[in-house]
Design a binder for this molecule. Structure first.
Ligand code: CP
Ligand code: NVA
Length: 316
C-alpha cells in the first residue's frame, strides 16, 4: 500500500500479500524485546477499541499491545458510548477519527465494521464480526509457524463460522492445505469459500469440505475447533443439536498425526466442542495462540497505523 492511503483490516485477505511479513514481525516483537528501546511506532498516538460483545483476549491483548508500542489504548464499551443508541456509525467514525489514530471494532453484523471503515479516516481493524476474526487468524498462523506445522493439513471440526473463515483464508495464503468438517447446513459462507479458492489457486494449497470429522482430521497436523453457537446466536438453540458427533475428543484425535497440535481461539466450552483430555493434552497450544494475539496485533497495528515505520524497520 502507498504510505498516503489508509488501509483497514476487515478480513485477513485484505493483507494477503504482506501476511508472511506481518507474521515475521510479530515473531520479532515476541522474541526481540530490545526492539522497544528505540522503536515505538505508536508514540503519541491513541487507538480506540469499541466492543459490542464481551471479550477477554482481544481487549487485554489490544490494551497491552498498544501500550507496548508507545501508544494510548482506549477501550470503548458499547453501553458507555452513543453508538447504537443516539448516534450513527458514520457520525461516530467521523468524530473518533478526529481524536484517534486507529479504531478496532467488535460488532455483531459484519456490515457495521465495513461501514465504520468506510466512514472513518483512520485505519479500522475488525476485532470480530459475525463473518470474520482476522486478528485471531494472524495469531493462529504465527503459532502454526512457531510449532513447525508445515507438514500435514489444518483440519477444522465444527461450525463454518467467523474464526474458520479467516483461518482458512490465512492458512491457504501461507500454503497450508485446509480440510473442514461441518454438519450439513453449517458450512462456511459461500462467498468466503470463493475467496479461499481464489487464494488457493495462487498458492497451490487446497481446501476441501466434508460432513465427516474423521475424514477431516485424518493425518492432520493441526486440529482446530470453536464453540458451536457463537456470540449473537444464543437464540438459535436448535443449532446445538446439529453438532452431535463433532466433539473433538480422544477418539477423534487418534486419527491425526501423533504430533498434531490442538488449537482453539477460546473461550472454550469444555465438554461440548472439546474434551478436557484434548484441550489439556500435550498437543494443545491454546495458551500460545492466546498470547500471540498481542504480538500479532502489535504487528498489524504497526503495519496499518504507521506503515512508513513498518517499511523502514522491515528493511533493516
Ligand atoms: N478469541 C477471542 O477473540 O477471545 P475474546 O472473545 O476473549 O476476545
Ligand atoms: N465464533 C466465536 C468466536 C469467539 C472468539 C464467536 O463469534 O462467538
Amino acid at each position: 500500500m502507498s504510505s498516503t492511503e489508509k488501509q483497514d483490516l476487515l478480513a485477513i485477505d485484505d493483507l494477503v500479500d504482506d501476511l508472511e511479513d506481518i507474521i515475521d514481525w510479530a515473531i520479532r516483537y515476541k522474541h526481540d524485546t530490545g526492539i522497544y528501546a528505540d522503536f515505538l511506532p505508536l508514540d503519541g498516538m491513541a487507538i480506540g477499541s469499541i466492543y459490542e460483545k464481551p471479550s477477554t483476549r482481544t481487549r487485554v491483548s489490544f490494551e497491552r499491545g498498544v501500550h507496548r508500542l508507545g501508544g494510548q489504548p482506549m477501550t470503548l464499551l458499547a453501553n458507555d458510548i452513543q453508538l447504537g443508541k443516539s448516534e450513527s456509525i458514520g457520525d461516530t467514525a467521523a468524530v473518533l477519527s478526529r481524536f484517534l489514530d486507529g479504531i478496532t471494532y467488535r460488532c455483531f453484523g459484519h456490515a457495521d465494521v465495513v461501514e465504520l471503515a468506510r466512514t472513518a479516516t483512520v485505519p479500522v481493524l475488525n476485532a470480530l464480526s459475525d463473518m470474520h476474526h482476522p486478528c485471531q487468524s494472524a495469531a493462529d498462523l504465527m503459532a502454526i509457524r512457531e510449532f513447525g506445522k508445515s507438514d500435514g493439513h489444518i483440519a477444522w471440526v465444527g461450525d463454518g463460522n467467523n474464526v474458520f473463515h479467516d483461518l482458512a483464508l490465512a492458512g491457504l495464503a501461507l500454503g497450508h492445505d485446509v480440510k473442514y468438517a461441518t454438519p450439513a447446513g453449517m458450512e462456511p459462507d459461500a462467498g468466503v469459500l470463493a475467496r479461499c479458492e481464489a487464494i488457493a489457486a495462487k498458492t497451490g494449497a487446497t481446501i476441501t469440505g466434508t460432513n465427516d470429522p474423521v475424514e477431516a482430521v485424518g493425518d492432520a497436523g493441526v486440529i482446530y475447533t470453536d464453540i458451536f453457537v457463537s456470540m449473537g446466536e444464543e437464540h438459535m438453540k436448535d443449532k446445538f443439536a446439529a453438532f452431535e458427533g463433532f466433539q473433538v475428543n480422544e477418539e477423534l484425535v487418534a486419527h491425526a498425526d501423533p504430533d498434531y497440535v490442538f488449537m482453539h481461539c477460546l473461550p472454550a466450552h469444555r465438554g461440548e466442542e472439546v474434551t478436557d483430555g484434548v484441550i489439556d493434552s500435550r498437543n494443545s497450544i491454546i495458551l500460545d495462540q492466546a498470547e500471540n494475539r498481542m504480538w500479532a496485533q502489535m504487528s498489524l497495528l504497526t503495519y496499518l497505523v504507521n506503515n512508513d515505520a513498518w517499511h523502514a524497520y522491515n528493511e533493516l
